[in-house]
Design a protein around this ligand. Sequence first.
Ligand code: NAD
Length: 295
Amino acid sequence: MATIAFIGLGNMGGPMAINLVKAGHKVTVFDLVPAAVKTVTDVGASSADTAVAAARGADFVITMLPASRHVEGVYLGESGLLAALDSNTLVIDSSTIDAATVRKVAAVAKERGIAMVDAPVSGGVAGATAGTLSFMCGGDDDAFAKAKPVLEAMGKNIFHAGGHGAGQVAKICNNMLLSVLMVGTSEALRLGIDNGLDPVRLSEIMLASSGRNWTLEVYNPAPGVMEKAPASNDYKPGFMTELMLKDLGLAMETAIASSSATPMGALARSLYASHARNGNAKLDFSSIYQALAEQ
Ligand code: NAD
């Protein structure tokens, strides 16, 4: 069993750290919010007063932070983690951030002989709690092989996408596609309803036809079609519109940097931006269905 420092114990990091404790690892945690720390120390983790203190002597440091600036703040600079860690520690960042920041932090880590893996996740809070997340990893083969057994305590699909930043690129490709599928499925359902079809019957037909996709399988956006989907629970998340918008922003930045044409992703980002501005930022991302219903 490994000695692990876990930094960032929010909606995702809290349950992920709890699963590491349950798997028998020796976990020391740090977060700026004391209540978040308590949820993990309650199940047997230790806590520290700073990220650097939590990481002292650790085999692995895992971070699960909101955005790029938090990741840079925790790792870089004279008081950052990379200045304090020794080269035996493997760094795993599971935050969803831009690939350029991953490469910048990984380069500083490399200068100090420290290996780093970017390992953003898919699966949401439910997957974090159940230990069924998908991890999309970027980094060297050796570092990935070392990280994999630890990630397996928190997830069930652990992919190696390529070098540093590749995990983040895989994640935003997936989420950009998901946003397009969600908007497309919503408008197809609305078109059917507006022309007298029952959304349950139409969903059955499309599921057995060439329009079949993940949103129809497990996440139908029309209320009442699927009992367990957020749509049937007032669009309580789930995966918040504001998080989808964040990921689409990262996808667009990446597309600009690589001169890639992403017309559907750009339109989806714009639709989600107006949906968020209309007061729906905290609703599940499938609530985009309502925006189309209102038009
Ligand atoms: P969150 O805001 O709930 O949690 C972030 C935590 O980081 C907070 O507890 C905050 O106090 C802590 N934090 C911020 N700065 C810190 C610092 N300097 N030192 C220590 N702790 C610090 O966010 P979340 O929903 O857990 O998401 C975390 C990451 O996972 C994000 O990048 C998000 O995009 C990604 N993600 C979220 C979901 C989801 O469904 N929530 C799904 C997949 C990926």
